[in-house]
Design a protein around this ligand. Structure first.
Ligand code: ADP
Length: 542
């Protein structure tokens, strides 16, 4: 017997309808590519999304056609998202910092028919355009501009397109499993692969991230997603924001510390999200300007491990609670978030701090387990000590990659993340490393993340990467690549001494190399693959 309840498909259009109806006057604050601010609201975002849906339909696009976006976090980009997915097309967000060859590959692989782009990316579009075999329309997410027209003669302008259209549009009643958006993995460890989300997975993921034990979002928050909309859909925040009707502050291209401090202080941001490298910039800028980031109640750190020193600084210097979260493109991304349980309230300050360093526990909607082999099915203990291959399953987890028939899952239906971790009985997850970054020294494993976190605790180190270097006797040994803080005279010996009381002797890096810069991926992660190519043989040479 079936239940007698209404069936309402879980659709992205219902989120913008909700925000437009019930949160119409709640602000959406956006920094444009020319750094001017636009202050709009959910009512206008809703109306413009319908105008743009009309414009897309006038271009003759068919259901499930892909529309690419190469843009920063701004209000036009937000409107276009709802227009594209809401009208049954697929929104393909692209990381503009990819190498041009990768960019061409994924646009062609996705068969994108339209490319939307921010004015800043005009030279990039001009350069790759002849190689984009399937793109029919280029739309600049800005007002008309002659310089852009000169570079891309067939360009259309977003503002012109929506000006011609009415703000009425009947969102189609789609199958909730229909494709809604497409993100490629950023290729930190391999070739980019497409992950095709559905309306249903997106709506359920939004419920997942707003919950109190996840990001605890509500209509009372002012949220700043520093994480770009092309990085796993800004971790789903533009959808969640419409679902709860919070104020949204979109930082445009200004992701440097000083710009972020100014946005937080001016618009009284209460919750912000980003990768660790973003927060490093923010902390330095706030300390320099003397800002206490007074409005910021919490920040979400994910994408790479949050160094303990960062969590401490946010708490002690800025009275800001850090939520450490873990996820990946294949998981929409929320896989876990760190919020403590009632039984932890009585813990000592230090015990609680240690607990909060972990990547947290899974929200309802996803499940985690550890196995003793990559892609294996034999589960191992959830004892908080034994490490294993982290696997995940749930309502917003990938089944198969875009364009690939074969399942990406284990024989019993779990997705193997490629991360090595521990889990405890409460589900608290601690990522030791990515399997590709682990250092295998004489049959023992050393976590590069642990050694990096320790180095980051040194007051004179600005950034640290630990990689495996080939070794004639031990196969691999850890070496530390570090950037010193300005004016530091730190020496290799001092750093190695710093490790002495923190880690077993055999885990101390064999070498410290100071550099001026560490290569970062388009999403702000350290490119250890590149570092291994550059420094991976230094121990053989010495
Ligand atoms: P890419 O694989 O190109 O880096 P993703 O953004 O999908 O792109 O990266 C997901 C990976 O990032 C995870 O598998 C994990 O290794 C790492 N990661 C994400 N969040 C954290 C975190 N809080 N701590 C440690 N590693 C993390």
């Amino acid at each position: 017997m079936l239940g007698n309840m209404m069936f309402q498909p879980l659709l992205i259009s219902s989120m913008i309808e909700h925000a437009g109806r019930y949160h119409a006057d709640t602000q959406v604050i956006s920094k444009n590519t020319d750094t001017n601010m636009t202050i709009t609201n959910w009512g206008e975002v809703h109306q413009n999304s319908k105008r743009f849906a009309n414009a897309l339909s006038a271009l003759g696009l068919a259901h499930a056609d892909r529309v690419a976006t190469i843009a920063w976090n701004n209000h036009r980009h937000l409107e276009s998202w709802y227009a594209i997915s809401g009208s049954g097309l697929v929104c393909h967000t692209i990381n503009p910092r990819l190498f041009p060859e990768q960019l061409v590959f994924i646009i062609n692989d996705a068969s994108d028919r339209v490319v939307l782009f921010d004015k800043t990316f005009t030279p990039l579009i001009k350069a790759v355009k002849p190689l984009l075999t399937k793109v029919e329309h280029f739309i600049c997410l800005d007002a008309a501009d002659d310089a852009i027209r000169e570079a891309i003669p067939e360009v259309k302008f977003y503002d012109d397109l929506i000006a011609e259209q009415p703000a009425t549009f009947d969102w189609p009643l789609l199958n909730e499993n229909a494709a809604s958006s497409l993100c490629y993995t950023s290729g930190t460890t391999g070739h980019p692969k497409g992950v095709l989300y559905s309306h249903r997975s997106t709506v359920l993921h939004s419920y997942g991230i707003i919950m109190p034990d996840s990001l605890n979002l509500s209509a009372r928050e002012i949220m700043l997603p520093v994480v770009p909309m092309f990085h796993v859909n800004a971790w789903g925040t533009p959808y969640a924001a419409a679902m709860v009707g919070c104020t949204l502050v979109l930082p445009g291209p200004g992701l440097d510390g000083a710009s972020l401090v100014s946005l937080i202080d001016t618009y009284k941001v209460s919750v912000a999200l980003g990768v660790p490298t973003i927060w490093q910039g923010l902390i330095a800028a706030a300390m320099q300007s003397g800002s206490t980031l007074e409005s910021l109640k919490r920040n979400v750190v994910g994408g790479s491990a949050c160094p303990p020193s960062m969590l401490k600084t946010f708490k002690e210097q800025f009275n800001c609670e850090t939520i450490h979260a873990w996820g990946m493109t294949e998981t929409s991304p929320l896989g876990s978030a760190n919020q403590i349980k009632a039984k932890h309230l009585g813990l000592s300050e230090e015990e609680r701090f240690n607990l909060r360093l972990s990547q947290g526990r899974p929200p309802f909607g996803v499940d985690l387990r550890l196995t003793d082999a990559e892609n294996g099915t034999h589960e191992i203990a959830r004892d908080g000590v034994t490490t294993g291959n982290l696997q995940i399953k749930g309502s917003w987890i990938l089944n198969n990659y875009f364009g690939k028939e074969e399942s990406a899952l284990t024989a019993d239906g779990w997705f193997d993340t490629g991360d090595i971790a521990t889990l405890d009985a409460d589900g608290f997850l601690k990522i030791s490393d990515r399997s590709k970054d682990l250092i295998k020294s004489g049959g023992e494993w050393i976590s590069s993340v642990d050694l990096e976190n320790m180095a980051m605790g040194h007051p004179e180190i600005a950034m640290a990467a630990v990689i495996a270097a080939e070794h004639p006797k031990w196969d691999e040994r850890p070496i530390l690549i570090a950037i010193k803080k300005p004016e530091s005279q730190l020496t290799e010996e001092e750093v190695l001494e710093f490790y002495a009381d923190k880690v077993a002797k055999w885990q101390i890096p064999d070498k410290v190399i100071f550099v001026d810069a560490i290569p970062l991926s388009g999403t702000g992660k350290m490119l250890k693959k590149d570092l291994r190519e550059q420094f991976g043989r230094v121990l053989l040479e010495s």
